[in-house]
Design a protein around this ligand. Structure first.
Ligand code: NAP
Ligand code: ZN
Length: 368
């Protein structure tokens, strides 16, 4: 018998969703109805409660890396409530509060996946701007609900504030994973954090919780006071002041570079001790010149890092809960997202916007 409301057969079990999508490289988002894949046996469906705005969202929405396809819903710092579980789901039940970050799928069998490095799986699926298991485009968390394999959701620890926890799903794991992988997490070590934004301020918080010494390297003199007094950094260097950089020479065991734009690496490499590591997590395009001299003369290393695996994401958020680490946020309604994206692009946020999706999505819904 024909479906009474004439939905094509392959669409019947899909999950209808609504959000804010950009349709071109202006990056301006507007209301968008779409469908997500059906909730499979291993999947959970989330009612999205909060979603952080990462600078990566701006890069993608505005096609700054040249491979965005539209329409595109951004958002990969998602906290939601489980409203549906597939019959094989074991980790979650209806009503649980969970988080989803930048990766929502991978092959689960390659050498990277086997080591818990899902974000390096050649078949990883990005939470937005990727292709889902059913071939549809993945769309992010500026939307009412999402469907995800339970493996790619993590438990939000009891008692954690849900809005300020959301940025940990990307900003938190992106700085925590390389700190751990490169051994830059020992008490007494000296970590440099370049760029005091969404990622950077969380890196300072993790490093201080791990009893490290922290130097913030920033372009913004206005951030000095709170970096030192509120976030607990030990040293603040203005990256455009050669005198200050000279004073910081050869002092750091490692650097997490979170800058969201082109900049020179040579003055940063000079801040490292012999054998120190400069870890780049910011999206650097066009790619900068390699600082061969300070690398060679100081046996220093430059590395990159992309988000993190699911096991270490759970470990990161459990550690954050233990040390009361969340992001410093400005909570915004859905109808403020375009303004917020502009402000992120202009480095005008301290330090993360988080969209109150569930309580404000009606403000952008043409049906409400
Ligand atoms: P954000 O909140 O905008 O912070 C970036 C900070 O970089 C700014 O606060 C600013 O700090 C500094 N900055 C200096 N020069 C800049 C410039 N020309 N343009 C922009 N920022 C500049 O961004 P975020 O959300 O922390 O993300 C940082 C970067 O990491 C982005 O490129 C993002 O795409 C990337 N990212 C990568 C991963 C990954 O897996 N590797 C994951 C998430 C994000 P000061 O004012 O202190 O100088
Ligand atoms: Zn991100």
């Amino acid at each position: 018998m024909a479906n009474p409301i004439s939905i094509p057969a392959q669409e019947v079990h899909k999950t209808p969703a609504f959000g804010l999508a950009a349709t071109d490289s202006s990056g301006i988002v507007s209301p968008f109805h779409f469908s997500r894949r059906a909730n499979g046996d291993h999947d959970i469906t989330l009612k999205i409660l909060y979603c952080g705005i990462c600078h990566g969202d701006v890069h993608f929405l505005r096609n700054e890396m040249g491979h965005t396809t539209y329409p595109m819903v951004a958002g990969h710092e998602i906290v939601g409530e489980v409203i549906k579980v597939g019959r094989s789901v074991t980790k979650f039940k209806i009503g649980d509060i969970v988080g989803v970050g930048p990766i929502c799928g991978s092959c689960r069998s390659c050498s990277n996946c086997s080591q818990g490095w899902e974000s390096y799986c050649p078949e990883k699926i990005f939470t937005y701007s990727g292709y889902d298991y059913d071939g549809s485009r993945t769309q992010g968390g500026y939307s009412d609900k999402t469907v995800v394999d339970e493996h790619f959701a993590i438990k939000i620890p009891q008692g954690m504030p849900l809005d300020s926890a959301a940025p940990l799903l990307c900003a938190g794991i992106t700085v925590y994973s390389p700190m751990k992988f490169h051994g830059l997490c020992q008490p007494g070590q000296h970590l440099g954090v370049v760029g005091l934004g969404g990622l950077g301020h969380v890196a300072v918080k993790f490093a201080k919780a791990l009893e490290m010494k922290v130097t913030v390297i920033s372009t913004s003199p206005g951030k000095k006071k709170e970096a030192l007094e509120r976030l607990g950094a030990d040293v603040f260097l203005l990256s455009n002041d050669p005198q200050q950089l000279q004073e910081g020479k050869d002092t750091l065991d490692g650097i997490i570079d979170t800058v969201a734009g082109p900049h020179s690496l040579e003055p940063l490499a000079d801040l490292l001790k012999t054998g120190g590591k400069l870890i780049i997590v910011g999206a650097l395009f066009p790619p900068p010149e390699l600082p061969i001299r300070p690398m060679m003369m100081g046996r220093r290393m430059i590395a990159g890092s992309a988000a993190g695996g699911m096991g270490e994401t759970q470990e990161m958020i459990d550690l954050a809960a233990k040390h009361n680490i969340t992001a410093d946020i400005e909570v915004i309604p859905m109808d403020y997202v375009n303004t917020a994206l502009d402000r992120v692009a202009k480095n005008d946020v301290k330090y993360r916007f988080v969209i109150d999706v569930a309580n404000t999505i009606h403000k952008v819904s043409p049906d409400s």
